[in-house]
Design a protein. Structure first.
Length: 445
């Protein structure tokens, strides 16, 4: 279950008993209004439900419901019994033609849409932080890596732009998942509307901002829920991708950026010098938890016939836990991104660490353009590059070494002049389309 350490009040409030019972009451009261309009129950009875039952769900009321449930072993009956104590005689018209799942599933849809709205706001906050840092470091050239090894130059801003584009997609997926989950079922036992008019469902759905479920059997089909939790898991994976990149950048041997380390903060109980990436490591762990909730959501899809309750206990866990954890993780990541400390001098040092090897592809391509076969061009570039690689591995100075070796290589200099080789060692070549990428992501450069 979610714990206070990784919870924020606004999201936890959605799953509190007070909010749940409030939604249950609104479902029942709106249904009574619709039944009254259809002439099924007296209008004064529907009015009495609102007048006498529309009270805050205080700790005392919740305790009373819990006490009744301890005897009845049925949560909805306990709720209705307590409500009847306030409404009085007209309470006999509450829940006409309905079944427990009508209340439970419709309420869950409301809670999940409420949670989705908070998560969407969280993503908006993260997008704003990513955009700010992307433009701040748009032109800060850094080492791009493949397989963890120096590859070719990128910029710190491009890293943030890539994350921004990913969370734009996350937002679109969550909007779609929210729409998919926002359905209402007030269709009665086995979902046939035998004892309740479909117009009641339409009325309740409209009042709660939902849409009627086309075929609800006795429950709303759980493929909707599976998609919702899968979307949360995908968002969590995107959080982890950012976290892992920051964790790598904070490694002592890299040290291009690090989490903000506040005054008075301690990194280790044993080693006073430590400044550890604890927030992003924490995000990696939280992402694992949110992804884990997708599997039981998938397993909830295959229920028996028109209804069983094997999904119920699962959703009592994963509904609160997944949304509360993801809400916390998104907020934490936003803070990490906004306060991330970047070290431009270290970024430049790492860029020059291998003595110009990052320009190897440019030399390769230039040789092929000059008439050398690709196989021979690759051989020529590699044999010079490996000398620099080995020298770097031995701790020797490699500044300018690759350029000098290429100019001294008779086969290379036969195809390319010294000036042509010099031209290949230009960082600006690698950043000439940064503005194009930014316009794709942000609509501006």
């Amino acid at each position: 279950m979610s714990i206070a350490r990784y919870s924020r009040p606004q999201m936890t409030a959605i799953w509190d008993a007070a909010n749940k019972f409030r939604v249950w009451f609104e479902i029942e009261a709106h249904a009574c209004d619709a039944l009254a309009e259809l002439g099924v129950i007296p209008k004064d009875a529907a009015a009495a439900v609102w007048a006498k039952g529309d009270l805050p769900y205080t700790p005392e009321r919740i305790a009373r419901i819990d006490a009744i449930e301890a005897e009845t072993r049925h949560d909805v009956i306990a709720f209705l019994t307590e409500l009847a104590e306030h409404v009085g005689e007209p309470a006999r018209f509450i829940h006409q033609g309905m079944t427990s799942s009508d209340v439970l599933d419709t309420c869950l849809a409301v809670q999940m849409t409420q949670a989705a709205d908070i998560l969407l706001a969280d993503i908006d906050g993260l997008l704003a932080a990513l955009e700010t840092r992307a433009f701040e470091f748009k032109d800060l050239v850094c080492m791009g890596r493949s397989h963890g090894i120096h590859a070719e130059p990128v910029t710190i801003g491009l890293k943030f732009a890539g994350f921004h584009a990913e969370f734009q997609r996350a937002r679109m997926r969550l909007l779609a998942a929210r729409a998919d989950i926002a359905t209402c079922a007030i269709s009665g036992a086995v979902g046939t509307f035998a004892n309740i008019d479909p117009r009641v469902e339409e009325h309740v759905a409209a009042k709660l901002g939902l849409t009627p479920e086309p075929v609800s059997t006795q429950v709303i089909p759980r493929d909707r829920h599976a998609q919702f939790f899968a979307t949360l898991g995908t968002i969590a994976s995107s959080i982890e991708r950012v976290a892992v990149e920051i964790r790598h950048m904070q490694r002592t041997e890299v040290r291009e950026a690090e989490e903000y380390f506040s005054p008075g903060q301690k990194g280790s109980s044993a080693m006073p010098h430590k400044r550890n990436p604890v927030l992003t490591e924490n995000l990696t762990g939280l992402a694992r938890m949110v992804r884990g909730y997708a599997v039981p959501a998938y397993e909830n899809v295959a229920l028996w016939h028109e209804r069983d309750i094997s999904h119920s206990s699962v959703e009592r866990y994963i509904g609160p836990d997944a949304t509360i954890t993801l809400d916390f993780a998104l907020a934490r990541l936003t803070n990490v991104v906004a306060r991330l400390v970047v070290y431009p001098d270290v970024v430049e040092r790492n860029l020059n660490q291998l003595g110009g090897l990052i320009f190897s592809q440019r030399i390769l391509l230039a040789l092929t353009q000059a008439g050398t076969s690709r196989e021979d061009a690759y051989r020529l570039v590699q044999r010079n590059a490996m000398q620099v690689w080995d020298a770097a591995g031995q701790g020797r100075e490699t500044k300018g070494m690759f350029l000098a070796l290429l100019k001294a290589d008779p086969e290379v200099s036969k195809a390319l002049s010294a000036a042509q080789i010099d031209e290949m060692f230009d960082l600006g070549y690698h950043t000439k389309h940064v503005d194009t990428i930014f316009k794709r992501v942000f609509g501006r450069a």
